[in-house]
Design a protein around this ligand. Structure first.
Ligand code: ADP
Length: 369
């Protein structure tokens, strides 16, 4: 069809032919596969994305069958809803095939064709694998949130019910304290959810030069009360004042705070936590090291997922929301950085937040202690 349009354009040399050519070229490049069948059932046009579905490949056989079957039935006047075809791969893929009859007179609703004679049919094939995956993630997330909130909310109503019929002041005080702690837990989960969704949706709203020693100090200040309560010393190896990153200060504080908060939560009383920053070949590494419970090798990849905990009971005991490391990972991604983790079960963990250094900062690899 492209060749035909080119011939036309050169023969007629007019505007109409040129715009036809542009249209056909645009259709060739769109990411969905387009196949146009003429009334005899032969392929009149197929764009680039359609090539895999017309090549007789074994891996696409199911899609090819669906295309042929739908095109034939639509050509003979049937109305068909789009059809999903799942290919089990690997990799698994979800493909949606839809077919529309193209009739000269749109008012006739596709029935102008003489029965059995057929019409032109346009088939559109779309790979919806990524969209499906996102939908699945979203669905799981909503299910997880509901589950996470259901437990403490259930505990709240149970505690309130018990309180109603309790007269002993000592018991009442104990139950009220538990009620308060469950309510705070729901509050923290909601705060973390809001923060995560803001960080996810907004990317980096503010881009300013943030000296590393400032955001580290702010995060340390925030975690200090919890650390003191646990008698954990936070040892800050003062980063050089020339270490600067470009980004959102609030997010950087939040990421560093979450790493420090975990280091404190997953250490035993009396232990120490070290935070240091150094410049490494164009990047700044902020490391938070603890000598706590550590993380088993099999869980190293998964701890960054929302609501994933190695030890549910411990996370619950320490008031964890299961969202801290998901926040850290998003902040790192928003700043074109990454977060990595080294850990030995029973010995401790080191989390490293690597961020690109602001231009003009120290470029050679040296440690600033
Ligand atoms: P939580 O609120 O449960 O701490 P996070 O997302 O911050 O959630 O962390 C996920 C899980 O990773 C935690 O439940 C814990 O099992 C593990 N974890 C995170 N940081 C540490 C650490 N410093 N030491 C040991 N385990 C950790």
């Amino acid at each position: 069809l492209v060749e035909r349009a080119v011939d036309h354009a050169t023969e007629r040399g007019d505007e109409v032919a040129r715009s036809e050519l542009r249209l056909v070229d645009a259709m060739r490049r769109i990411p969905q596969a387009l196949i146009l069948y003429d009334r005899s059932g032969a392929v009149a046009f197929a764009n680039d994305a359609a090539a895999p579905y017309l090549a007789g490949r074994h891996s696409e056989a199911l899609v090819e069958e669906a295309i042929a079957e739908m095109a034939a039935s639509v050509a003979s006047g049937a109305k068909r809803a789009p059809e999903a075809v799942d290919l089990f791969g690997p990799p698994r893929r979800s493909i949606v095939v839809s077919a529309t009859a193209l009739v000269d007179d749109p008012v006739s609703d596709g029935r102008s064709a003489v029965a059995g004679q057929g019409t032109d049919v346009l088939v559109v094939v779309e790979d919806v694998t990524d969209r499906r995956r996102l939908e699945d993630v979203r669905r799981d997330f909503v299910a997880n949130i509901s589950h996470e909130l259901k437990t403490p909310v259930g505990a709240l109503s149970l505690l309130a019910e018990t309180l109603l019929s309790e007269d002993d002041p000592a018991v009442t005080r104990r139950l009220t304290a538990r009620l308060l702690s469950e309510a705070e837990r729901v509050g923290r989960t909601i705060d973390d959810l809001l923060e995560l969704s803001q960080i996810e949706a907004g990317g980096v709203a503010r881009r300013e030069e943030v000296p590393v020693h400032l955001f580290v100090a702010e995060a340390v200040d925030r975690v200090r009360p919890a650390a003191e309560q646990q008698q954990i010393a936070i040892d800050v190896e003062q980063p050089g004042r020339d270490l600067v990153v470009v980004g959102d200060r609030r997010q950087l504080v939040s990421a560093t705070y979450n790493l420090l908060d975990n280091a404190v939560k997953y250490s035993d009383a009396g232990a120490s936590v070290v935070v240091r920053a150094r410049s490494v070949a164009g990047s700044v590494d902020v490391c938070v090291q603890d000598h706590g419970v550590g993380i088993p090798t099999r869980d190293l990849e998964r701890v960054f997922e929302r609501f994933y905990r190695v030890d549910r009971a411990r996370s619950r005991e320490t008031g964890g929301t299961g969202l801290g490391l998901a926040i850290v990972r998003h902040v790192a991604a928003n700043h074109a950085g990454e977060v990595t983790l080294e850990s030995v079960e029973g010995e401790g963990s080191t989390f490293t937040l690597r961020l690109p250094a602001a231009a003009g900062g120290p470029s050679d690899s040296h440690e600033v202690g």
